[in-house]
Design a protein around this ligand. Structure first.
Ligand code: FEO
Length: 394
């Protein structure tokens, strides 16, 4: 895609990756992505971020079509993940007199990523730079989504270069939010994958830019946002805000091959009735990830019910457990239960996963061989009552 002007003196000069279908081997990208880079020119000139190494030629060609890189004065590193720093070494070679600005963490990461020290000017000590007629002000935004992240604010034209925040994996040459159809789903999916684990940091960052009179948000991926940009801040604020829960809430997430672990789940829930808690039973194969994430973010206690299938946790439960690292878990305790045929490893595996996620496992997991007997179901009720009581006590 060719460069285009966003505002006088401000151009998109990034690269496109329309054929990409999974970003970082992690996140499905049905419409590919873009690696957005921006050229800002006053009396002096600056490039904000670069592109993935795979797309270096496209990025550098776009830059050269507008300016001789040797004349560049500044390079702003908003973030060092390789999809934005992958062409930095080549750009620095082509722009030898350009001064590089970054956060202090970014400088450390660049040393490791590029294999050599990069003498950047730390934005913590140099919070803005004048281009002559235009100013770039740096706004710390740590953990959106790396510790090194900063935003860059161009006050004269009210443009926020927001790095990964407010991005979307969506490659569409129309490149503006009001022109790209069905952007909402990509925008929300991107938030869930990248920003949701850092909800507190998202709220802090949104608060720090709340008073800026933003006309345009230029993110690092996907379309530029110019339709009431504050709506995007508000969406991030809403999605990052922890839901209110009126009383202690226990989520029981389960999978069940033959209905036996489900019977355990019902008995566990029944045992909780004597305690003043909200109980939510979720069959993990029937719901999408957002439902599971929401429960993980809201629950004061988390229980996982799983059978053992071929010495392992079944895939649907693995998927649910994998989501623990994608959210800010509110629970102070968790545990596991489940049925098994002859070996029964799954409950212990879940317990280990919970411990690895720094979730205290209490009480210890409960296992039942094949079909729960009346005595087993009574053990389940006791297990549920104990778990609910401890959760209610805080
Ligand atoms: Fe788009 Fe965190 O890199």
């Amino acid at each position: 895609m060719k460069p285009f002007e966003i505002a006088p003196g401000v151009h998109w000069i990034g690269a496109t990756h329309p054929e990409l279908r999974v970003f970082d081997d992690l996140l499905p990208t049905r419409r590919g992505t873009t690696y957005n880079s921006y050229l800002v020119r006053g009396e002096k000139s600056a490039v904000i971020d670069t592109a993935k190494a795979l797309k270096a030629d496209e990025f550098l060609d776009n830059l050269r079509s507008l300016i001789d890189p040797a004349k560049l004065d500044f390079i702003i590193v908003n973030h060092t993940e390789p999809d934005h720093s992958g062409t930095l070494a080549r750009l620095m070679q082509a722009a030898p007199k350009a001064q590089v600005y970054s956060s202090k963490p970014a400088r450390l990461y660049l040393r490791d990523l590029l294999g050599r020290a990069v003498e950047t000017l730390p934005v913590e000590d140099h919070p803005q730079v004048s281009l002559g007629g235009r100013t770039l002000r740096f706004v710390p935004a740590p953990f959106l989504h790396w510790p090194d992240t900063i935003f860059t604010w161009l006050p004269e034209q009210r443009i926020l270069f927001s790095c990964d925040a407010f991005g979307a994996h969506c490659c569409d040459e129309r490149m503006y939010d009001n022109l790209v159809p069905d952007l909402e789903a990509d925008f929300h999916q991107y938030f869930d994958a990248l920003m949701r684990p850092y909800r507190d940091k998202v709220l802090a960052a949104v608060e720090s830019i709340r008073d800026l009179d933003i006309a345009t948000i230029c993110p690092s991926h996907g379309p530029i946002l110019r339709t009431n940009p504050k709506q995007y801040l508000e969406r991030y604020r809403q999605w990052a805000t922890a839901p209110e829960v009126s009383k202690p809430y226990v989520a029981i997430l389960y999978a069940s091959a033959h209905g036996n672990t489900r019977r355990m789940a019902d008995a566990v829930a029944e045992g909780m009735k004597s305690v003043d808690v909200i109980v939510d039973i979720i069959h993990v194969t029937d719901v999408d990830e957002s439902r599971i994430r929401a429960a993980m973010e809201s629950a004061d206690g988390l229980l996982f019910g799983t059978p053992t299938i071929v010495r392992d946790i079944p895939p649907a439960m693995w998927r649910a457990l994998s989501l623990l690292s994608t959210v800010k878990v509110r629970a102070k305790r968790a545990s596991a239960f489940g049925t098994y045929g002859w070996s029964g490893e799954a409950v212990a595996m879940v317990e280990q996963r919970l411990k690895d996620m720094r979730l205290p496992v209490t009480p210890s997991g409960l296992r039942v061989k094949f079909c729960p007997t009346p005595a087993d179901l009574e053990r389940c009720r006791k297990f549920g009552e104990t778990f609910a009581s401890e959760t209610s006590a805080g």
